[in-house]
Structure formats: structure tokens, C-alpha cells
Design a binder for this molecule. Structure first.
Ligand SMILES: O=C(O)CCC(=O)C(=O)O
Length: 348
């Protein structure tokens, strides 16, 4: 990063990098993203399902080896396709993409790992609600170090400017003007010491929030500590962007799919990767392990649902026994009245 970039990144918490992906690169990725988007949107409500530990209801796609769910904020649909790197060899060039890795090396300590990959397809009216900012989640640590830190690759202390836990990169696959719902951020909020008091879903209602329009091939490099969201897409055209999160190797994933765990790499994608690319990703789990993980999550959720149902049953039983007690009290009172009435009548 040059001096201007360092200054701006520290000040604002993000950088808009012009043309980080070349025109051919973008065309290939866009064609692949279009195909995945078409397929996923047509099949999103079908089986097989997978509920993540954060209780998000995903669908696993066998053909593309990725997971997807629908988010409906703002009244329009957003398809979030997690582990999209598996979906096409067109995306392989994003793994260990040298122009991107140059930023990563300046922003956090290696060796590195990709901790999330999402293709986001945001349709008309959809917004991404405002989230993060300052102290919201300490795992997103933003730090200006300015002191020597151990460089595990070089095996020696190196004076570093930045020491982030996670760097996010958002690539635009086409122009994203303000009306097509770009990423929006509150510049400087990565250093906030207070939780935002403006706890509203619509990012336009957050003071200081600005949209970041992009051109095809541009990237936004930002700290997840920054308060951010997505402006509403007001157009008929879906907004297609690719999102990577990269951090030191020991960082866990923060995608709602792999929360505190690691991303899923398909056996097919693994075979395509070079040694350098493999170093950025976990190896694929054995098929049986993959299925066992899915079943483990399913059992966990069923146990949770069961506990809730038992709770509900106990509440209903409690209400029923109260009703029965009240009824028998009423019956006793009615019986008394009847007996009194009979006694009065017979005494006349
Ligand atoms: O682009 C958007 O709409 C929001 C993206 C986002 O929240 C993220 O990449 O962390």
C-alpha cells in the first residue's frame, strides 16, 4: 500500500481500489456468477437443507458445491451464496490473487487463510441491514500496531503498521451506481468506542452512512470492524458482487454458515488448486465427515426444538390445570346456588 492508501485506510477503515480485477477477469467471473445465480435462485427452496449453528436455513447445491440462503431485508430478495469459490474454475483466479494479496500482506500478519467467500445477488428493494462498528465484535479487531510484531513466515520481528484480524474484499462484477444498492459505510466507525445508538435496519437512517458506488473491476478493501450495510437496490437489475474475507491462518470463519469454524472446499476445487492456493484454504473433509457435520447440526437443532416444544407443552398443561381448578370452583358454586334455590322453592 502506498502512503496515501495507508493514510486513507487508517482514517476511513476502507479503500476503494480502482480496477483491481482486469476486464477479462471480470467477464469470466461475471459469466460464472450469472450461471450460479440463475441455478440457485431457481432451486433455493428445494432439498437438501442445512441449518447452520446460527440457525440460518441453507440449501446445499450438489452441482456447484456451495450453500445458499435468502435474506429479505427491505422487501426484496438477496441470495447469499456461501463457498462460491467451489462453484466454477473461473473463480480459482481469486484464490491467491496477487494484487489482492499485496493489500492483505500490509494489513494483517501471515500466514493467511480465506475465512469466507460469498457471492451476493441483491434484487430490487433489497437492503443489507446496518451491522458492526467499533466494539461490536472484538474478533474483527482493527489495530494500528506501529511496532515490531513477530512475522511467523520470516521468523523475525517486523515493524508493522496494521494488525487486523479480518480483511474483507468486495469485488464489483459490473458497475454498481448508488441506485443499484452499493456497499455503504460510516467512515471512521472502525475506531468507535461506543455502540452505535442508531440501531435501525435501514442503513440510510444511520447518520454518517455513505454509499460507495463502484465500477466494474473495482474492489473495496475494508475492515469488518467498520459499520456498514448495503443501500437499497432501486433498479430492476440484480447487483452481483463477490466477497472474500481473509485473515491470519488461526482466525475462524464468521460467515453465518461456518461460524467459528472453517470454510468448505469441495474435492473438485481442491484438485484444481496449486500448492500456494491450497495454503490459503482448509483441505476438503471426507464425504462421510461432511455428511456427519450436517447431521450433527440437524440433531443439535432438533434437540433445541424439542426442548422448546416440551416447554410449550408444560405451559399449556399449567394453563389447563388452572382452567380445570377454576371450572370445579365454578361447579361447586353453581351446585350450591342450585341447592339453595331448591331449598327456597321447597320452603315456599
Ligand atoms: O454489500 C452489501 O450489501 C453488504 C456486504 C457486507 O455486509 C459484507 O460484505 O460484510
Amino acid at each position: 500500500m502506498n502512503e496515501v492508501e495507508k493514510y486513507k485506510f487508517d482514517l476511513d477503515g476502507y479503500l476503494l481500489v480502482k480496477g483491481l480485477l482486469g476486464a477479462d477477469h471480470v467477464q469470466n467471473c461475471l459469466a460464472a456468477a450469472d450461471a450460479v445465480h440463475q441455478h440457485i435462485s431457481a432451486n433455493i427452496d428445494t432439498e437438501p437443507r442445512y441449518r447452520s449453528s446460527l440457525n440460518v436455513d441453507y440449501r446445499f447445491d450438489e452441482a456447484y458445491q456451495c450453500y445458499s440462503y435468502k435474506a429479505m431485508a427491505g422487501g426484496g430478495v438477496q441470495y447469499i451464496i456461501d463457498d462460491f469459490l467451489n462453484a466454477s474454475e473461473a473463480f480459482d483466479s481469486l484464490v491467491n490473487h496477487e494484487p489482492t494479496m499485496r493489500y492483505i500482506r500490509d494489513l494483517c500478519v501471515g500466514p493467511y487463510r480465506i475465512v469466507s467467500s460469498e457471492l451476493r445477488c441483491r434484487h430490487k428493494a433489497n437492503t443489507t441491514p446496518t451491522h458492526m462498528g467499533g466494539p461490536m465484535d472484538t474478533r474483527n479487531k482493527y489495530e494500528f500496531a506501529g511496532r515490531p510484531l513477530m512475522d511467523t513466515d520470516a521468523q523475525k520481528p517486523v515493524v508493522r503498521d496494521f494488525n487486523l484480524n479480518v480483511v474483507r474484499i468486495l469485488y464489483a462484477l459490473h458497475d454498481v451506481p448508488v441506485e443499484q444498492g452499493p456497499l455503504c459505510v460510516v467512515p471512521g466507525s472502525h475506531k468507535a468506542n461506543f455502540f452505535s445508538p442508531f440501531d435501525r435496519m435501514d442503513p440510510r437512517e444511520e447518520p454518517g452512512m455513505i454509499p460507495l458506488p463502484m465500477q466494474s473491476g473495482d474492489a473495496i478493501v475494508f475492515t469488518e470492524n467498520l459499520r456498514h450495510g448495503g443501500f437499497p437496490n432501486l433498479t430492476e437489475e440484480p447487483r452481483l458482487t463477490l466477497h472474500l474475507a481473509i485473515g491470519p491462518r488461526w482466525i475462524a470463519s464468521q460467515s453465518p454458515l461456518h461460524w467459528d469454524d472453517q470454510v468448505y472446499v469441495s474435492p473438485q476445487a481442491w484438485l484444481r488448486y496449486t500448492g500456494e492456493q491450497k495454503a490459503l484454504l482448509p483441505s476438503p473433509p471426507a464425504a462421510a465427515e461432511h455428511e456427519a457435520n450436517r447431521l450433527r447440526e440437524e440433531v443439535r437443532h432438533l434437540k433445541f426444538d424439542n426442548a422448546q416444544l416440551l416447554n410449550d407443552i408444560q405451559k399449556i398443561r399449567g394453563q389447563e390445570s388452572q382452567t380445570r381448578a377454576q371450572r370445579s370452583k365454578n361447579d361447586t358454586r353453581d351446585g350450591l346456588f342450585k341447592r339453595m334455590r331448591r331449598a327456597i322453592i321447597s320452603s315456599k
